[in-house]
Ligand binder design. Structure first.
Ligand code: SRM
Ligand code: SF4
Length: 579
């Protein structure tokens, strides 16, 4: 038998390997001099040159090099996908904003985001699983005007670092500050971290915001004091739970923080979570964060910065599939990393018993709000706000001067509502669906965009899951309280590996089905079926939901029931032995 090939030694900043040994992405970053220049085949031009060509319609889309840099500015090059997923010659962009802690948008900010939808993005507004917003179908000439609009009307640097090899949108439980019982100050921390870890070069300003053409021919300030010229090896994610709410799925984050005291004075620190994997590549895996210990509030930002620094120095820079912190951490060893935090970065990381994780909550309907008002959660299926709901939310936000937050389940919270009845009346007049009329099955479900916009999608997700739910409801299963999450590929954007039933695409027509995640996000679900063709999906889901309802005499939560059930027996109950 042939011996297994030994793993190649990592190529990192620490290993001393030069950029020529690293991946093409690393070369693009370093040659950009702080995201300013695009180099291709010996020729160098500015990113701004490409934006100008889009403005005039001379170019339909960005070049390959610019595409990689554009992510740091919150921009994704996309292409429509037709029947059978074939890429069409219809180029556009997806633009994502940064919204730490799910926004807390003022009425004026929400109006600006809503206006952007109509003016620049073909009417699309998509809430994301990291509490942000994406605009799809942004065509070349609209790209820079959209970014400028968001900066002017929504927030300074409003799309910077929502994508790219940097820290991404920082998540925080959307009820912090609203909940009357506990306030842990996680939204302030998420804002502070977003600011601390945002890229610092002048490129974004020079490319999109400055009108001084004469000064935009070379970078004014290419320096990145924290990241350096190569930025991070990969994306980096941070999230804060609340004492009663783990909707941020805290163990799936690169750094996850759970309040250890009810006032947020101490935090349990977890690190090394991440969900993406590649089919048939066992060295990739969905992994949960590991417990490190407890940190005082005034050192949370220092601890996060220290972990980012360790990832910058030690992360793999040749093989991007091995470049996430979850792999770096396991290669270095938890004890080594903890020691570095304590000794090199002076973090007061105390050994402790972690507090139990709270469950994920949806926050739909009415809730008492700290300070007297109420907040109201509206269910938005897969985060895709249709025109009716969009108009209704806008009318309500403007009529009552509401604050808007986005949940990690892609839903909306309308906050500081002065008059509950008046709000309900106005929303009903506009045809916005009352959350109590949405089945628990549908409200719990979540899917990623997949086709037609995502270039990595293998199968459908956002467009097909509602159809499956229709059929399950029609079969009388809408009351089954189970969390189903579906994605079009194993990257895990709607977090299927921590769901009670997780589904992700495999090849053009098949799906992997995982079962047994927990409401607390404390387990990775296990694979029950490896290849379920689309035609079999409804029978398989019907079988699973029927088993949860009828073969669960103790009334265990769905994830617990599926976790404990014998896989062979579960398959036979589903009535599909082997697909
Ligand atoms: Fe994601 C890439 C959409 C949350 C793991 N994700 C993508 C891209 C940008 C595709 C691409 O690279 O070309 C998708 C855009 C599709 C489109 O047409 O809009 C995309 N990801 C999304 C969103 C919109 C899904 C949603 O249903 O809301 C979420 C946007 C979050 C945000 O606002 O920042 C989104 N992505 C996630 C999550 C969940 C989370 O962060 O809580 C994950 C799993 C957690 C993790 O990171 O491990 C996730 N996305 C990925 C990966 C796999 C990363 C990996 O380690 O392997 C990719 C591909 C990549 O990075 O190479 C990816
Ligand atoms: Fe695209 Fe895959 Fe993410 Fe879905 S999970 S949005 S298909 S990358």
């Amino acid at each position: 038998m042939a011996a297994e090939k030994p793993a190649a030694p990592p190529v990192t900043l620490e290993s001393g390997d030069g950029v020529e040994k690293m991946s093409a992405n690393e070369r693009i970053k370093v040659e950009s001099q702080g995201l300013f220049y695009v180099s291709a085949k010996g020729e160098v031009h500015t990113f701004l040159d490409e934006v100008r060509s889009l403005d005039t319609g001379e170019a339909e889309t960005l070049s390959g090099g610019a595409k990689e840099l554009s992510k740091f500015f919150g921009i994704y090059k996309q292409q429509a996908r037709g029947d059978r997923g074939k890429k069409l010659k219809d180029f556009f962009f997806m633009v994502r904003i940064t919204a730490p802690g799910g926004g807390g948008f003022t009425a004026a900010q929400w109006a600006a985001l809503d206006d952007a939808t109509q003016r620049f993005a073909g009417g699309t507004l998509r809430l994301t699983s990291r509490q942000s917003i994406q605009f799809h179908h942004v065509y070349g000439p609209q790209l820079a005007p959209l970014v400028r609009h968001l900066n002017r009307e929504y927030r300074d640097h409003g799309t910077l670092s929502s994508c790219g090899d940097v820290n991404r949108n920082v998540m925080a439980s959307p009820i912090d500050g609203l909940d009357p019982a506990y306030e842990v100050g996680s939204r302030e921390l998420s804002e502070a971290i977003a600011k601390e870890l945002a890229p610092k070069t002048s490129a974004y300003f020079q490319i999109f915001l400055s009108e001084d053409d004469g000064r935009n021919t070379r970078p004014i300030n290419p320096e990145e004091p924290l990241y350096g010229a190569l930025y991070l090896p990969r994306k980096f994610k941070i999230g804060f739970a609340h004492p009663t709410d783990n909707s941020v799925d805290v163990l799936t984050q690169d750094v996850g923080l759970v309040p250890a005291e009810p006032d947020g004075s101490f935090w349990d620190l977890y690190s090394g979570g991440g969900l993406g994997l590649t089919h048939n590549m066992p060295k990739t895996a969905a992994l949960l964060g590991l417990y490190f210990g407890r940190v005082p509030r005034d050192q949370v930002i220092d601890a996060v910065r220290a972990i980012v620094t360790l990832q910058k120095e030690n992360g793999e820079r040749k093989d991007r599939r091995q470049a996430r912190w979850k792999y770096t951490l396991r290669r270095l060893g938890v004890e080594t990393v903890k020691r570095a935090l304590r000794e090199r970065f002076d973090i007061e990381l105390a050994d402790a018993e972690p507090r139990p994780l709270p469950p994920m909550n949806l926050h739909l309907g009415w809730h008492e709000q700290r300070g007297g008002n109420g907040y109201y959660g509206i269910s938005v299926e897969n985060g895709r706000i249709d025109a009716t709901t969009r108009k209704g939310i806008r009318a309500a936000v403007e009529a009552f001067n509401l604050e808007v937050r986005i949940t990690p389940q892609q839903d909306v919270l309308l906050c500081k509502v002065p008059d509950r009845e008046a709000l309900e009346r106005l929303l009903a007049e506009h045809g916005v669906r009352d959350p109590s009329s949405v089945s628990i099955l549908r409200a719990n479900s979540m899917a990623c965009p997949a086709k037609p916009t995502c270039g990595l999608a293998m199968t459908e997700a956002e467009r097909i899951l509602p159809i499956y739910v229709d059929e399950l409801e029609a079969a009388g299963l809408g009351d089954v309280d189970v969390v189903i999450r579906m994605t079009g590929c194993p990257n895990g954007c709607a977090r299927p590996p921590t769901a009670e039933i997780g589904i992700f695409g495999y090849g053009k027509n098949d799906h992997v089905i995982l079962v047994g995640g927990s409401r607390e996000g404390s387990r990775i679900a296990r694979e029950l079926f490896g290849r379920v063709p689309s035609e079999q999906m409804v029978p398989v889901l019907t079988g699973l939901l029927t088993a949860i309802r009828d073969r669960n005499p103790e009334g265990l939560p769905a994830g617990e029931f599926l976790h404990r059930a014998d896989p062979g027996e579960l398959r036979s109950w589903v009535g599909v032995e082997d697909v």
